[in-house]
Design a protein. Structure first.
Lengths: 265, 278
C-alpha cells in the first residue's frame, strides 16, 4: 500500500517574526512539524539579516516551502531598503532553498560564499555568484561580516559568518536543538522558552541532522569550537535549526556535551 | 550533448559531462578531466521511473530524454537525496508533466523542496518508502531502498535486484574521464583509479571520514555488502562500474581505501543499527 510521506509540513506562521535580536540584526524563520517516534517535533529553519549603513545581507534563505512567509518577513525587515548580499552558508535546501525567487525579487543582489557547485545547480545565476573564502570580510558600511570556518557542518562547502560589530555568530547547523514549542513561541530565544534546552535536546537533533556525529570522535570538533570562540567575543549565537541563543557560554557547554553523548546512544 | 546508455535490463542513464575546473566541491582539487553526471531511468510497461532529475544545468537534456522515452506511460520520480545535485530540477520536472508520483526514503518531503511556476499541474502526494522496502507498490518489485553505509545528509541507496545495480548516489564516484570521448562505463580494471584517488574523492564529500570509527563503519559495510550482489555501481556522478569482477574489485578498493590501514580508528563503541535490508 502506498504510504504518503510522513512530513507534516509547515507550522503556522509566527507573527513575531522577523524579530530584531540586535541593532539592525533580524531573525527570520519558518518552522516545520515532523513526527519522530511518538513525538511531533517543531523545528526551525531560521535565517538572518544584517543591515549596515551602506549594504544589507541575509545569511541563508529559509526553506522553499516557506517562501510566501519568507518574502513577507524579508520585506518587513528590509523596511524599504534593497537587499545587496545573499550569503547561503551551504547548498542545502533549508539554507539556500529560496535562492531562485530571491534572485528574482532582488535582481541586484550578489550571491556570496563558498559557491562551489552553484553554477551547476543554477546556471542562469552564474554571473551573480562571488566566491569567498575563510577569512574574507564582507563590508556593510558600519559593520563587517567575517566568513569563518564552519567547524561543525554537513556539506564541506560550508561557511559560518561572524558579525564583528554586534558579535553574533551565525552557526548554521551547529548549536541546533529541538524543543517542542507552541504556536507563538517560535520567535523566543533559547533562554525565553518555558524550559531551557537540554543536552539531550542538542544531542537528539545533532545526531540526526549530522548523522556522521554518530561515527566520529567529537573532541577535535569541540576543541576547534573552543579555539574559535576564544578569538571572537560572541553575544548571540544564531543557528538555523533552533532558536537564537543569548547565554552563549552555557549553551556552548550543553552543545559540546550533546556532541559527546551521541556516540554512547 | 547528452547520451542515454543502457546499463542493465530496462535501466538506462542520461549522461552529461562537465569539465573539471575546480568549481565542484566533491572533486578533489588535483583532479583534471571530465566528470559524468547521470539521471537514471528505470522502465516498466506502465511506468517510467526517474532516479534523481539532477541539476538545472542538465535539465534540458534530462527533459528531452524523458519526453523521448515516456511514450504515454506514468511518470514517477525517486530522489536518493534532498541535495541540489539530485533535486535542483525537481520543480521544473513537476512543472513539465502531470500526475507525477514522487517517492523518497528521505525525511524531507519533496514538495517542500521545490518552487513551482505551473501550479495547475496536478500531482498526487509524495510517497515514502522505508529502508529495506521495495518499490513494489509502484510496479518495481525489484527495486529496494537501502540504508546507505556512508552518507552526509538524508540519503538512500537503491538496489535493483534484477540487474544487480547499486544506485550509490554520492558514493563510489571517484573514477573520472581524462577526455570527453572515453567510455562512460568501466568494464575493465585497466586504468582504474588508485586507492588514494578513491579515498580523496570520498573525503572531498565525506570529510568526517577522516575522524571516523572505521571498525564500526566496517561492520555496517560488511552488513550490507554480504547481503547483496553488485554487478553495476551507478553513482550520481563519476564513471559507472560494470561487470561482476569490476564492481567487486572496485568495492574492495573503496573498502581498503576508507576502512583499511589508511583509515584511523577511534575508540570502539557499540551502536545498534537496523539491518540494511530488512
Amino acid at each position: 500500500m502506498i504510504r504518503p510521506h510522513f512530513a507534516l509540513g509547515a507550522a503556522p506562521y509566527d507573527a513575531n517574526l522577523p524579530r530584531e535580536i540586535a541593532p539592525q540584526t533580524f531573525w527570520l524563520s519558518g518552522c516545520s512539524r515532523q513526527p519522530v517516534g511518538e513525538e511531533i517535533l517543531h523545528s526551525h529553519s531560521s535565517f538572518y539579516m544584517a543591515c549596515g549603513t551602506e549594504k544589507t545581507a541575509i545569511i541563508d534563505t529559509g526553506n522553499s516551502r516557506d517562501w510566501p512567509d519568507v518574502r513577507r518577513q524579508l520585506l518587513e525587515a528590509l523596511d524599504g531598503r534593497k537587499l545587496d548580499y545573499i550569503i547561503p552558508t551551504h547548498p542545502e535546501m533549508p539554507h539556500m532553498g529560496n535562492l531562485e525567487p530571491l534572485a528574482e525579487l532582488f535582481p541586484q543582489a550578489r550571491i556570496v560564499g563558498d559557491i562551489r557547485n552553484y553554477h551547476l545547480y543554477y546556471p542562469h545565476l552564474e554571473d551573480r555568484l562571488e566566491m569567498r573564502h575563510v577569512g574574507d570580510i564582507l563590508e556593510l558600511g558600519d559593520r563587517q561580516l567575517e566568513l569563518i570556518e564552519a567547524i561543525i557542518h554537513d556539506l564541506p562547502n560550508s561557511l559560518w559568518v561572524y558579525d564583528r560589530k554586534e558579535q553574533v555568530l551565525f552557526a548554521c547547523d551547529a548549536y541546533c536543538y529541538t524543543h517542542e514549542h507552541e504556536p507563538g513561541q517560535c520567535a523566543l530565544l533559547a533562554e525565553e522558552l518555558p524550559q531551557e534546552p537540554t543536552v539531550a535536546d542538542t544531542s537528539f537533533v545533532t545526531s540526526r541532522a549530522l548523522a556522521w556525529t554518530q561515527l566520529v570522535d567529537p573532541e577535535p570538533y569541540c576543541q576547534a569550537l573552543d579555539a574559535m570562540l576564544a578569538e571572537r567575543p560572541v553575544k548571540l549565537i544564531a543557528p538555523t535549526h533552533g532558536g537564537v541563543i543569548s547565554n552563549t557560554k552555557r549553551m556552548t557547554e550543553l552543545f559540546k556535551e550533546g556532541m559527546r553523548n551521541i556516540r554512547g546512544q | 550533448m547528452y547520451k542515454v546508455i543502457e546499463i542493465a535490463e530496462r535501466v538506462s542513464a542520461v549522461a552529461n559531462l562537465v569539465k573539471i575546473d575546480g568549481r565542484v566541491s566533491w572533486v578533489p582539487p588535483d583532479v583534471t578531466g571530465f566528470e559524468p553526471y547521470y539521471t537514471y531511468l528505470v522502465e516498466s510497461d506502465e511506468t517510467l521511473l526517474v532516479i534523481d532529475p539532477g541539476m538545472v544545468v542538465h535539465w534540458p537534456a534530462v527533459h528531452a530524454a524523458i519526453e523521448e522515452r515516456l511514450a504515454g506511460r506514468r511518470l514517477m520520480v525517486f530522489n536518493t537525496r534532498s541535495e541540489l545535485e539530485c533535486i535542483a530540477s525537481l520543480g521544473r520536472l513537476m512543472d513539465s508533466f502531470d500526475n507525477v508520483q514522487t517517492i523518497t526514503s528521505c525525511p524531507l518531503n519533496p514538495f517542500d523542496l521545490m518552487h513551482r511556476k505551473q501550479p495547475q499541474r496536478m500531482h498526487p502526494p509524495s510517497a515514502y518508502v522505508g529502508f529495506g522496502e521495495s518499490l513494489q507498490d509502484f510496479g518495481f518489485a525489484h527495486l529496494h531502498s537501502l540504508r546507505p553505509v556512508i552518507k552526509m545528509l538524508g540519503t538512500s541507496w537503491l538496489y535493483d535486484s534484477r540487474g544487480k545495480v547499486l544506485f550509490s548516489t554520492d558514493c563510489f564516484g571517484g573514477d573520472f574521464l581524462a577526455t570527453p570521448d572515453e567510455p562512460l562505463v568501466r568494464t575493465t580494471l585497466e586504468g582504474a583509479p588508485d586507492k588514494a584517488q578513491l579515498r580523496a574523492t570520498m573525503l572531498a564529500k565525506f570529510d568526517w571520514l577522516e575522524n571516523a570509527d572505521t571498525e564500526l563503519l566496517r561492520r555496517f559495510w560488511d552488513g550490507l555488502f554480504d547481503q547483496i550482489d553488485v554487478e553495476v555501481i551507478a553513482p550520481t556522478h563519476g564513471r559507472i562500474q560494470s561487470g561482476k569482477l569490476v564492481a567487486s574489485q572496485v568495492l574492495n578498493d573503496y573498502s581498503d581505501a576508507l576502512l583499511g590501514p589508511v583509515g584511523k580508528s577511534a575508540e570502539r563503541v557499540t551502536v545498534e543499527r537496523p539491518d540494511p535490508i530488512n
